[in-house]
Every structure is written in structure tokens, then in C-alpha cells.
Ligand binder design. Structure first.
Ligand SMILES: NC(=O)c1ccc[n+]([C@@H]2O[C@H](COP(=O)([O-])OP(=O)(O)OC[C@H]3O[C@@H](n4cnc5c(N)ncnc54)[C@H](O)[C@@H]3O)[C@@H](O)[C@H]2O)c1
Length: 271
């Protein structure tokens, strides 16, 4: 048996459920949406990148709806949720994955980039979590949310203040919501992925160059370097993160709320 290629969790555990995924046009959001589709869910594919959505929506066929959404805009968030509920009849889950990582040394961090990260990574999660909660409660309770945090929310990354702060903030958002929403049967958990390169636009050439600079290595050495930092020496794939999301959204996790699943190949807490 090889363990170097991820396989989907073998179940139909989300059959008939409807989940809205933000950041669905790229990277982890898209990988998670594909995992939810494999698990039987209907997917409301939400992203600000409508061209990206148009290119991926056909693979979801009748179980996908492309809904343009700017997670920082209240009206846009409400409209995308409403379109999804109108299409599929209800909402059972939310995955917040739309996120950005403007990486700078502290003294060089522009204020607008700091605010940009807080707006998308925190306000965006807040607006989507609030809208999902309103819909869940209107339906009579129940529902599950998964917030994509990061290993950087547990252990800070160098030269990445806004990302570190927002990713740690998401963990505590989830814990507070778990406490508040538990009585309504709404579960809220986080995933803290390690570095996932496949399909990610965060890992663009400029970001890789900055990572190379802070590590004192060449850009082409960055990905092998990060893989070597995991205890398992394994390249984490979007499917690995999708598997965690499917589990957390499913009834198999019915007694889990306010928790963090770390999917980092053994990096945080292992050194
Ligand atoms: N890739 C990694 O190594 C990694 C590791 C840990 C956590 N994460 C988290 O996973 C999430 C996704 O990261 P990724 O690497 O897939 O990034 P990505 O850039 O590939 O995808 C992010 C998506 O979010 C969308 N988006 C950006 N601003 C938006 C807005 N205002 N409204 C709606 N959509 C918007 C983008 O259009 C894009 O499709 C982020 O929250 C990130 O913090 C990523």
C-alpha cells in the first residue's frame, strides 16, 4: 500500500446536504468543494473570482451553483447565500476558505495590506458565519461550519504578521461560536493545514520568493524545503484537507465542536 497519494474518505456521508464554500474558485476552497461533491453534497461555490467560478462550475453539474461573492461585503454575502438556498432549498454547512496572506517583515508592512488581510480573513469569516447562523436558526437549528485557519494560527510564520494574527483569530472565533451556537445544535470547527502548494494562488511566485529570502534558499528549493519540515516528509494535497472538512461537516463528528484538526504532515507541535 502506498500512502503517498491521498484518497477520498470512502463514504456518502454528506448525501443530500448543501454546503456553501468560500474561496471555491482556487486552491483549498476548490479542493474542499471537490471533496464535498465526492461525499454527496450540493455545493454553493462562492468566490470573488467569477471567471474562475465559471471555469470550475461545470464539473459540479447539477450539484453545484456558482455564486459570485465578496466576503467583505455584507450585501454580496447575503445575496450569495440567498441564491444558494433558493437553488437547493436549504443550507447544512459552511466552509470559509477565502483568505489572503500578504507577507512582509513587520517594519515594511503597509497599513492597507494589514487591513486587507483583516478584512478578508476575519471580517469575511464573520459575515459568512453570521449569515449561515441566521439561515440555520431559521430552518430550526442544526448545521456545521468549518473555518480554514492554518498551522500559522498555532505557530507563527516569520514575516507574516497579518496572516498569523488573523489565522489565530479564526481559531478563537470558532471556539466562541461553538459555545454560543451549541444549544442550537450548530457545530463550529477549524482545520489548520500545513503548507499546501497544489493549486494555491497564495503560493504565487512573489510569495515563494519571499519565503526563499527569509529561509536563505533559492525559490526552487522552497517546496522541497517545506515538505522536508514535516515529520512525514509528505506533500500535503487539497484532498487531504477536503477529507478533514468532509469529516467535520458529517454526522461522524456530531460531538465535535470548537476544535482544531491539524493536517500538516506533522509539523506544529512535533518539533
Ligand atoms: N495553501 C496553503 O498552504 C494554506 C495553508 C494553510 C491555510 N490555508 C488557508 O486556506 C485558504 C485558501 O488558501 P489557498 O492557498 O487555497 O489560496 P488561493 O489564493 O488559491 O484561494 C483563495 C481564494 O479566495 C478568493 N478570494 C480572495 N478574496 C476574496 C473575497 N474578498 N471574497 C471572496 N473570495 C475571495 C480568491 O479569489 C481565491 O479563489 C486560506 O484561508 C488560507 O489561509 C492555506
Amino acid at each position: 500500500m502506498t500512502e503517498s497519494t491521498p484518497v477520498p474518505v470512502s463514504s456518502n456521508s454528506l448525501a443530500g446536504r448543501t454546503v456553501l464554500v468560500t474561496g471555491a474558485a482556487s486552491g483549498l476552497g476548490l479542493g474542499i468543494a471537490r471533496g464535498l461533491l465526492q461525499a454527496g453534497a450540493n455545493c454553493i461555490l462562492a468566490d470573488i473570482d467569477d471567471k474562475g467560478l465559471d471555469s470550475i462550475a461545470p464539473e459540479f453539474k447539477e450539484r453545484g451553483l456558482a455564486a459570485k461573492m465578496n466576503v467583505t461585503d455584507e450585501a454580496s454575502v447575503q445575496a450569495a447565500f440567498a441564491a444558494g438556498v433558493a437553488r437547493f432549498g436549504r443550507l447544512d454547512g459552511l466552509v470559509c476558505a477565502a483568505g489572503v496572506a500578504p507577507a512582509y517583515p513587520l517594519e515594511d508592512t503597509p497599513l492597507d495590506k494589514w487591513r486587507f488581510a483583516l478584512d478578508i480573513n476575519l471580517t469575511g469569516y464573520f459575515l459568512c458565519g453570521r449569515e449561515a447562523t441566521r439561515i440555520f436558526k431559521k430552518q430550526g437549528g442544526g448545521g456545521a461550519m468549518v473555518l480554514l485557519s492554518s498551522k500559522s494560527g498555532l505557530e507563527p510564520s516569520k514575516n507574516n504578521s497579518a496572516y498569523n494574527a488573523t489565522k489565530a483569530g479564526e481559531l478563537h472565533l470558532a471556539r466562541g461560536w461553538a459555545l454560543e451556537l451549541g444549544p442550537a445544535g450548530i457545530r463550529v470547527n477549524c482545520i489548520a493545514p500545513g503548507n499546501v502548494f497544489e493549486g494555491s494562488k497564495i503560493w504565487n511566485p512573489a510569495y515563494i520568493a519571499e519565503a526563499a529570502r527569509k529561509k536563505g534558499i533559492k525559490p526552487e528549493e522552497v517546496i522541497p524545503h517545506y515538505i522536508a519540515m514535516t515529520a512525514l516528509k509528505r506533500d500535503i494535497k487539497p484532498q487531504d484537507i477536503a477529507n478533514a472538512a468532509v469529516f467535520l461537516l458529517s454526522d461522524a463528528a456530531r460531538c465535535m465542536t470548537g476544535q482544531v484538526l491539524v493536517v500538516d504532515g506533522g509539523q506544529a507541535y512535533t518539533r
